[in-house]
Design a protein around this ligand. Structure first.
Ligand code: BEZ
Ligand code: FE
Length: 640
């Protein structure tokens, strides 16, 4: 294959970028610079402000870098960006900062600048700004030689501030970030990783590219850990506060700008930094009056006011389409009040999400409709559902016919769900959702018996039995003798526990499935004795198919999956002071143990049911001989 040149990389990266509002020429004249950036990104603020300060025209590609759009994860963009990352250390780990010096080269970040005149790609906001300042004749001189060292020192301070961490993560002692941001940042790292994996899979066969994706995936996984750590987030916030307090000290000599009387590159960087703090709700870093900072830093306040009035900032941020205000910066948006009242008026009639529905704004618009959900849990659930559904659609890119097929599948599932046959529950079972909910809600300490799914055959109306009785209800089969104890995690017996048992017959049918069977059979309620023991006789259960004549059957067949549940005895144990245990014992040797369609099998629940002739009940009474005997200790976790 012939070597690609820069024009090929640019052409490939640009081919999906067709929205004329986000892909347009800014300013007139030279088409020297082509910039890939994002309306809301702090590094993009720096570069745009720099370009406006210099008066440089540029071709702007305002790409979506938030879930679910993530245009920055596309291999064609990554390939182009990597032309500017040659010879740089690939990103390694996560520090909560975004500069290349702190983190290494991030192959899927913004901004990226192509300089067509010199045929180079530049990455990293500081490097781009310095390049533009050098290469573009005109506008403000941003790096005067006499101030170079001071400017570089200020740039280093801003670069060392963990802005990315405070954007993606909540402060553990109270999240001050804008409402809309909080919602869209929940789960953002998972989305990113998913989209990066997709990009990686499209890049197989290109080791440099897959290597870059691997590094970026590791970074996002580390970022996810970082923002979930209260200690890291506290430290990050303190570093931001410290940077502001120290800046206030440097401004004490009355200088107008960060390095003296001239506006320089240092001020571009501080504008982005202070604006990001303000936008995030962290203006208290200099305004005080907050539990995290009570000190007022007046000099930073006055400096920030000057910075925010600068025309280059006004053009690059306030006036930039899609550079949304947050509730913390409304006063900086001249038309914010009219915008708000206009949108409030609209929301009364159509639900409040506005009318600017585009690919990258749709998910946000739907999330905005949840703002009025007064129950916080309902709001969390609805928002997460929206985000994941939209990400799913973005990943799958369904055709209209496929989407209709999906709707029709769910409609049929609903029609099949009645009191007796619950196809939706079965769908939850075979998709692992039931098992996931079970795992989430029953995280018992080690040593306790593992929980498993309840299944549809438990009935509350079951007969009570004394220990030693036969619960088979006269159904024929191979005799089974079940001998168990209920104990706690210290090995002490739990007396008086209620132990529910239910299982299938020799053909895999439960009593409620047998048309001739009027009375309960193969199910019953026991109480553990003073030693924690319960025991009974019944018949040996058999593996059985889950219902496969509905939509769930169709689904399993598409993936060539088994419909057979391995043979098992269901057990539910309840005792005051302990967590309820719902579980089942599986018959060792069953050939369906590794392909349970409902994901109920756990190794610790598989037991030999051994054919014996010498078995005695705990009270010394004889049991049927031979019988398939099982012994098990059900270990209960203490209620907390
Ligand atoms: C059961 O073991 O009874 C069962 C569990 C989930 C789906 C179908 C059956
Ligand atoms: Fe079952």
């Amino acid at each position: 294959m012939p070597e690609r040149n820069l024009t090929d990389y640019v052409r490939a990266a640009n081919s999906p970028l067709i929205d004329p509002e986000r892909n347009r020429q800014v300013g007139s004249g030279s088409a020297r610079f082509e910039l890939y950036h994002f309306a809301l990104s702090i590094c993009s603020h720096k570069v745009r402000a720099c370009l406006f300060e210099k008066g440089a025209a540029f071709m702007s590609h305002d790409i979506g870098i938030l879930p679910p759009v993530l245009e920055n994860c596309h291999p064609d963009y990554v390939r182009l960006r990597m032309q500017g990352g040659k010879g740089r250390e690939m990103v390694d780990g996560y520090t909560g900062r975004s500069s290349m010096n702190a983190e290494g080269f991030d192959p899927a970040a913004v901004p990226t600048l192509v300089d067509h005149e010199e045929g180079q790609v530049h990455v990293d906001s500081v490097a781009i700004c310095q390049h533009v300042d050098r290469a573009w004749q005109g506008g403000t001189e941003l790096m005067p030689a006499s101030l170079r060292r001071e400017i570089e020192r200020e740039i280093e301070v801003v670069d060392g501030t963990p802005h990315v961490a405070i954007l993606y993560g909540a402060h553990p002692d109270g999240d001050f970030r804008p409402e809309a941001l909080r919602t869209s940042m929940t789960g953002a790292h998972d989305y990113k990783i998913m989209k990066l994996m997709e990009g990686r899979s499209l890049s197989v066969g290109h080791p440099r590219l897959t290597g870059a994706y691997d590094a970026k995936i590791r970074k996002e996984a580390a970022a996810r850990r970082f923002v979930a750590s209260p200690d890291m987030m506290r430290t990050a916030t303190n570093e931001v506060l410290k940077a502001v307090a120290e800046l206030d000290g440097r401004l004490a000599d009355g200088r107008e700008w960060a390095c003296g009387d001239a506006f320089t590159m240092a001020d571009i960087m501080w504008t982005a930094s202070l604006w990001r703090m303000k936008w995030l709700g962290m203006g208290f870093a200099w305004e005080g009056g907050h539990a995290l900072n009570d000190t007022v830093h007046d000099r930073v306040g006055a400096y920030a006011a000057r910075l925010f009035e600068r025309p280059s900032f006004q053009e690059a941020v306030i006036g930039w389409p899609g550079s949304l205000p947050s509730e913390h910066v409304m006063e900086h948006y001249p038309d914010a009040a009219s915008r708000e009242s206009e949108s409030a008026a609209r929301s009364e009639t159509i639900g409040g999400h506005g009318r600017d529905i585009r690919e990258e704004s749709l998910t946000g618009a739907v999330l905005a409709t949840m703002k009025g959900t007064s129950n916080p849990r309902a709001r969390q659930v609805l928002s997460a559902l929206t985000r994941h559904l939209h990400a799913f659609l973005e990943e799958v890119q369904p055709t209209e016919a496929e989407w209709e097929h999906g709707i029709e599948f769910l409609t049929r599932t609903g029609h099949l769900s009645t009191g007796g046959r619950q196809e939706f529950v079965l769908l939850s079972d075979v998709t692992g959702a039931t098992a996931r909910v079970d795992l989430i809600n029953n995280r018992f300490p080690s040593g306790a018996t593992e929980n498993s799914v309840l299944g549809p055959f438990f009935v509350a109306d079951r007969p009570a039995f004394e220990n030693g009785e036969d619960i088979s209800g006269g159904i024929k089969g191979k005799p089974m003798f079940f001998n168990a104890r209920v104990i706690d995690t210290d090995g002490q017996p739990v007396a008086g526990a209620r132990v529910d048992i239910w299982h299938s017959d020799d053909d895999g049918h439960y009593d409620i499935m047998l048309p001739e069977q009027k009375d309960p059979a193969m199910r019953g309620l026991f109480r553990s004795d003073a030693h924690g023991r319960i025991w009974f006789t019944s018949i040996l259960p058999k593996s059985y198919p889950i219902p496969d004549d509905g939509t769930v059957g169709d689904l399993l067949r598409v993936s060539n999956r088994s419909i057979m549940r391995p043979a098992h005895v269901h057990v539910r144990v309840e005792a005051p002071g302990y967590r309820r245990l719902t579980t089942m014992l599986f018959l060792d040797g069953d050939r369906h143990l590794d392909s349970d369609p409902v994901f109920g099998v756990k190794q610790s629940l598989i037991m030999p049911f051994v054919e014996r002739t010498d078995q005695r009940a705990p009270d010394g009474k004889k049991v049927p001989s031979p019988a398939y005997c099982v012994e098990y200790d059900f270990v209960l976790a203490r209620a907390t």
